[in-house]
Design a protein around this ligand. Structure first.
Ligand SMILES: CC(C)(COP(=O)(O)OP(=O)(O)OC[C@H]1O[C@@H](n2cnc3c(N)ncnc32)[C@H](O)[C@@H]1OP(=O)(O)O)[C@@H](O)C(=O)NCCC(=O)NCCS
Length: 150
């Protein structure tokens, strides 16, 4: 069973969040933690995926989106991203931004993010206008002959 949990800004992050973070990114704490909402996803009661969203410089920022390596490829990263975008949408975000490794650009562009620049560390900065957030899975699907559309 897949379950999601939110941690509000200022709430103490449990070892479950920190352990996923440190397994994926090698670090557990982050400067944005005091202002961020953190999402945590459990698979069969195991914490497997996380990500956070916070407000800074006139935009909502996403970061630390990661899934434990053995649990990748099951749409758990997609679930975290959608949870974070739902949070942005429910706060009437005008813009959502993130910085990600080049090799994950395609993961974010699926949901409408567009590259805006490269950082000196070789990451890509991406942006999505709030009115372009679409959590509808069918919206980005290229299948034209789906019975659900008829
Ligand atoms: C990027 C990451 C979060 C993806 O998580 P995941 O659970 O393996 O991905 P999902 O199973 O949810 O993938 C959803 C869709 O995105 C696609 N996708 C996944 N990773 C992708 C990538 N790197 N590039 C392009 N598409 C990707 C999948 O093929 C899938 O497509 P589909 O809907 O057509 O089947 C995971 O690989 C990860 O933790 N990476 C290391 C941390 C990181 O770099 N995070 C990003 C920056 S903060």
């Amino acid at each position: 069973m897949v379950q999601g949990k939110w941690f509000s800004p200022g709430e103490t992050l449990t070892a479950d969040v920190l352990s996923v973070r440190s397994s994926v990114f090698g670090a557990s704490g982050n400067n944005s933690d005091p202002e961020a909402w953190n999402a945590l996803v459990y698979l069969d009661d195991r914490p497997v995926a996380t990500g956070r969203i916070w407000w800074s410089d006139n935009a909502f920022w996403l970061g630390g989106i990661g899934v434990l390596p053995p649990d990748r490829g099951q749409h758990l990263g997609d679930l975290v991203l959608r949870l974070l975008l739902y949070k942005a949408q429910s706060h009437f975000a005008r813009e959502v931004r993130l910085r990600c490794p080049l090799e994950t650009e395609g993961f974010f562009s699926r949901l409408g993010f567009q590259s805006v620049s490269r950082t000196p560390s070789g990451h890509v900065e991406m942006a999505l206008a709030g009115h372009d957030i679409s959590l509808d899975s069918c919206h980005h699907c290229k299948k034209q002959d789906c019975p659900n559309r008829k």
